[in-house]
Design a protein around this ligand. Structure first.
Ligand SMILES: Cc1cc2nc3c(=O)[nH]c(=O)nc-3n(C[C@H](O)[C@H](O)[C@H](O)COP(=O)(O)O)c2cc1C
Length: 392
């Protein structure tokens, strides 16, 4: 896969041409255990590879000799204006990649005019993001066994002015990322090899251990046992928090505490999309959690055409999984998505270079999306349609 190619060893942030270059830089900047945490997929990593394969199977079909000099990426996401059809996805433990990871991602999203989603398992309190970043903020929700955690998150997010709640439905059971586990001899205890590799990244180590301390699960720390709120201690208790008994009935329960916009993340069939709509959800994220939960899971982009045909424009359709190029974004929009969620693409930027790194990742994706839009003969994302995509 082209994005897997190793970048030139001299690549710097300024010389990085694409997300693959940022990934290469990230790989050098952070220790293997942090990089693997981001990179890994579940079990055989078939779903992880499948996300890219599904996008690469799609070819673009241009219409020619059209004046595209007036083109722009501005659009509407979840009924409100956005400067580009992009949303930053919720990812836990961002401060392991950069001491202010959540804040940096949120600020870059605000500056770009796109929504940012904060994870329940973020390493920054949701209130701090609201005051420190602004912009369009969405809050991701895990409903854990202890319902008080979800209630607390929803009430605080509402009080802090978050626009939307993104209820993740594909983590009723915790996924098994074996590459991630290989770096630890026991949960929270790095193997000697991983520890040695960490020592080879003194700047990262200084930031994490000396300047800022080991990142903590700030949003939920009040509910974790003493000593278990840090990235190290938390890994021993978090998998046990996930709740296998979440069901559709929980939408009504959530609605008791959340009046704002509601999205379900992890919907991959037309039947489930229809059910979400009937229950009053404002949108869905077609996602297999970046290949980190159910291995061999269908890719969001492959589920999109049927879901779009069923629920059409009656709810917001957002898709994620493997998006690394503007051409990927265009394919999703042409097949009926309103926007694309970015997971690893912006995390690579974060690990590669903090705020300038994330800004660079977003710049690359917007420039590429704009260029492809023009080459297809369109001036606006609303002009894209199924006629622009051909399945190889
Ligand atoms: C490091 C990492 C942490 C993640 N943490 C969460 C999370 O806390 N909540 C959630 O709903 N999804 C989480 N996800 C999934 C992302 O929201 C998103 O679905 C996925 O990253 C999209 O695939 P991509 O990384 O290929 O873009 C995480 C993904 C990554 C890579």
């Amino acid at each position: 896969m082209p994005w897997k190619r190793r970048p030139n060893a001299r690549t710097t942030l300024e010389r990085a041409r694409n997300i693959a270059d940022l990934r290469g830089l990230a790989r050098r900047r952070v220790p293997g255990l942090a990089f693997e945490y981001v990179e890994g997929g579940a079990e055989d990593e078939s779903a992880l590879r499948g996300n890219r394969a599904a996008l690469e199977r799609l070819q673009l079909v241009p219409q020619t000799l059209i004046d595209t000099s007036r083109r722009q990426l501005r659009t509407a996401i979840l009924g409100a204006p956005a400067e580009a059809p992009l949303v930053i996805a919720p990812t836990g433990l961002n401060n392991m990649l950069h001491p202010q990871g959540d804040l940096v991602l949120a600020r870059c999203a605000a500056r770009r005019g796109i929504p940012f989603t904060l994870s329940t398992l973020s390493t920054t309190r949701l209130e701090e993001i609201a005051t420190g970043a602004g912009g369009r903020l969405w809050m991701q929700l895990y409903v854990f066994k202890d319902r008080a955690i979800a209630r607390d998150i929803m009430q605080r997010a509402a009080a802090a002015g978050y626009e939307a709640l993104v209820f993740t439905t594909d983590a009723n059971v915790f996924g098994s990322r074996e590459w991630d586990q290989r770096n630890f001899s026991a949960p929270g205890r790095p193997t000697p090899r991983a520890a040695l590799d960490t020592l080879r990244h003194p700047r990262w180590l200084y930031d994490m251990l000396v300047r800022h301390g080991i990142p903590r699960f700030r949003n939920v720390e009040a509910f974790l046992p003493p000593g278990k709120a840090s990235a190290v201690g938390g890994s021993t208790v978090l998998p046990g928090l996930f709740e296998a008994s979440i069901t559709w009935d929980d939408i009504a329960w959530i609605r008791q505490f959340w009046r704002g916009k509601l999205l379900l993340k992890g919907v991959l069939t037309a039947g489930d999309a229809e059910r979400a709509r009937a229950l009053g959800c404002d949108g869905i994220v077609l996602s297999n959690h970046g290949g980190r939960q159910l291995d061999y899971c269908v890719a969001g982009i492959d589920a999109l055409p049927e879901i779009a045909a069923t629920v059409g424009r009656r709810m917001s359709l957002i898709v994620d999984g493997g998006f690394r190029r503007g051409s990927d974004v265009i394919k999703a929009l042409a097949l009926g998505a309103e926007a694309v969620m970015l997971g690893r693409a912006t995390l690579y930027g974060l690990a590669a270079g903090g705020e300038p790194g994330v800004a660079r990742a977003l710049e690359m994706l917007c420039t590429e999306t704009d260029r492809v839009l023009g080459m297809l003969g369109c001036n606006a994302v609303s002009e894209l349609g199924a006629q622009h995509v051909h399945r190889a």
